[in-house]
Design a protein around this ligand. Structure first.
Ligand code: TA6
Length: 261
C-alpha cells in the first residue's frame, strides 16, 4: 500500500476512502489479481463463471514467510495457500508466493505453482496504482503498435497508434502480447515512473476518470486525478495454462527518476 524511497514523493496511490475490511479489496497499492482478471470467464479447462471480480487472492489473508533487510533493501515474501473459499471456487491445488524487494526501486515477483495432478488455467495481475500529481497532464509511452481491448467500448480490439498517450476520459485497456517497458511522465510531480517486467504479456492501463470515479464509494471526488494504474499481467489472450507440478513467475520492476531540468 505504500512505497516511498528516501527523498522521493510516495509512489503508490492509496484512496483516502479505501476499505480495509475482510473481503473488501483495497483501493490502491498493488492488489494481487488471481486466478482471473475482471469477471470470471469460461476457458478450455473450466466452464465456471462464478466468483468475485478479479478473483479471490486480493481479499485473502496472506502469510509473511520471509522478511529481511539486506543493505538498503527490504526483502519480503508473502504466501497464499488454498482454503475453503478457493476450493469452493475450484482452486485447491496451488501455492502463491509474492516476493517484494523494496528500496530505491521496487521489484515484485509473483510465483504461481500447480501442486495438483491436473492442469489449470489462470490469469494474474499486479494491479499497480501509481500515484501521479495530475492525471490530465501525464503522458504514457511504450504501447505503440500494440493491440488492446477497449473496456470502454464493449471490449473492441484496437491498435495503439499514438504515442505518447494522454488521458482525456475513462481509460480501461488491457494491452495484449506485449513485454514492453512502460514509461509515465508526470510533470506535476516532476518525475518519471518506469514499469519494466518479465514473463508478462499483458499490461493494463486504467484510470476511471471523473464520471466513473464519482460512482465508486471508495474514491473521493478528486482521487482519480492522482492515480494511473499500469498493471503487469497475463490476462485474456495471454491467460496461462499451468501443467501439474509446474510453476510460473511474473516480475514487475518499478523505477522512479526526476525529470531533467
Ligand atoms: O484493471 C482495470 C479494471 O479491470 C477496471 O475495469 C476496474 O474494474 C478496475 O480493474 C478495478 O476493479 P475493482 O474490482 O477493484 O473495482
Amino acid at each position: 500500500m505504500h512505497w516511498q524511497p528516501i527523498g522521493a514523493e510516495s509512489v503508490l496511490f492509496l484512496s483516502p476512502r479505501s476499505d480495509f475490511a475482510p473481503g473488501k479489496p483495497i483501493r490502491g497499492g498493488i492488489p494481487v489479481i488471481f486466478p482471473w482478471f475482471g469477471p470470471r470467464t469460461a476457458n478450455a479447462l473450466s466452464a465456471r463463471t462464478d466468483g468475485p471480480a478479479h478473483g479471490f487472492a486480493r481479499t485473502e489473508d496472506w502469510t509473511v514467510a520471509f522478511a529481511a533487510l539486506a543493505g538498503d533493501d527490504l526483502h519480503l515474501t508473502l504466501t497464499l495457500a488454498p482454503n475453503e473459499a478457493s476450493r469452493a471456487l475450484g482452486f485447491g491445488d496451488f501455492q502463491l508466493a509474492l516476493e517484494f524487494i523494496l528500496g530505491g526501486e521496487l521489484r515484485l515477483r509473483l510465483s504461481v505453482a500447480n501442486t495438483g495432478t491436473t492442469p489449470f488455467a489462470f490469469e494474474e495481475a499486479l494491479h499497480t496504482y501509481l500515484r501521479v500529481g495530475d492525471a490530465t497532464q501525464i503522458s504514457i509511452s511504450g504501447f505503440l503498435n500494440t493491440e488492446y481491448l477497449d473496456k470502454t467500448d464493449h471490449l473492441a480490439r484496437k491498435l495503439q497508434t499514438e504515442d505518447p498517450i494522454r488521458l482525456t476520459s475513462e481509460t480501461d485497456r488491457p494491452y495484449l502480447n506485449t513485454a514492453a517497458t512502460i514509461s509515465l511522465t508526470d510533470p506535476a510531480l516532476h518525475r518519471s515512473l518506469t514499469v519494466a517486467k518479465a514473463n508478462s504479456q499483458t499490461t493494463v492501463l486504467w484510470n476511471p476518470w471523473s464520471t466513473k470515479s464519482a460512482t465508486m464509494p471508495d474514491m473521493t471526488p478528486e482521487a482519480w486525478l492522482h492515480m494511473c494504474c499500469i498493471e503487469t499481467a497475463n490476462a485474456a489472450d495471454n491467460r496461462i495454462t499451468l501443467a501439474p507440478q509446474q510453476a510460473h513467475t511474473m516480475e514487475a520492476h518499478i523505477i522512479i527518476a526526476p525529470l531533467d531540468s
